[in-house]
Structure formats: C-alpha cells, structure tokens
Design a protein around this ligand. Structure first.
Ligand SMILES: [Cu+2]
Length: 153
C-alpha cells in the first residue's frame, strides 16, 4: 500500500513538472518563432501597407498552411491559435504560412486590421497593436471559413 501511494505521488509530481515545463517551452517557442521570422529575411518579409505599428511583436498568430481549403475550421485550425488573450497595448504578428494569399478583417465592423484591398502573401507578415479592450472576432474574406478571436483585457 505504501509503495503504491509513493508511486502515485511520484507519478503526479512527474506529470505536474512535465506540464509546467511544456508550458514554459511553448512560451519560449512562441517568442523564438517571432525572432526567427524577423531574422530570416530571405524567407519572411513585411506585407506592404499592413499593420499599425513599427513596434516589435509580442504575440504570434499563424495563418495555417492549407487554410485556403475548407476543413481547417472543423478543429479551429485556420488561424493558430484560434483564440488568443492579450493585454491592451500589446502587439500581434500575423504571418501567412500558407501558399495562398489571405487577409485578416474584423467581423461586423467597419474597422479592419488592414486595408480591404491588401492581402498577405506566403511568408509575409504584419504587426497590429490592439489598444481597446474587448473581443475581436476576425476572419479572412477570401476564405470565409477562416476565423479567429483575440481577447484584449
Ligand atoms: Cu484566406
């Protein structure tokens, strides 16, 4: 009985440690990915006329590969991650890892994240700074199944 209890406690500790470490790793991966997007200038470039800030991005949203095909919405995998919560005044980098062009527009609002005529081509990115609190539902008008949410708190 004692051995089983010790075994269970050890198992729980290992599991907790794994969850904590993988969380931290994910966070670092996000920041590292932003850095590599900025530094790999032979691959990634800033989309012309997009974004609203020259500041460095703090958060990352990826326009997923093959999101031009219907189906990514089934598991909310068109924009990665589908939902993100950030603080007011923070910046988000949107990068297109799909081979087709996309846009990112706010839903049900004349506001936009970038100009309607503007598109983000493969490996292009733009940075947007969110000032006002609220829930921002956005989508791609070229592929209406592509949806995502940003919560500003
Ligand atoms: Cu699209």
């Amino acid at each position: 009985m004692k051995i089983i209890t010790i075994g269970l406690i050890t198992g729980l500790l290992v599991l907790t440690a794994y969850i904590v470490i993988s969380d931290v790793t994910n966070f670092e991966t996000d920041a590292e990915r932003i850095n590599s997007i900025y530094s790999e200038t032979e691959i990634f470039s800033e989309a012309p006329y997009s974004g609203n800030t020259d500041e460095k991005a703090q958060h990352l949203i990826i326009i997923a590969k093959d999101s031009w095909k219907p189906g990514c919405e089934v598991d909310d995998l068109c924009f990665l991650p589908y939902e993100k919560t950030i603080n007011a005044g923070e910046t988000v980098l949107f990068v297109n890892e799909d081979e087709f062009e996309h846009n990112v527009r706010l839903r049900g609002d004349p506001n936009y994240l970038h100009f309607p005529t503007d598109v983000i081509r493969q490996n292009e990115y733009f940075v947007y700074k969110f000032y006002e609190m609220g829930e921002y539902q956005y989508h791609c008008t070229l592929h209406p199944w592509m949806e995502g949410v940003i919560n500003i708190r």
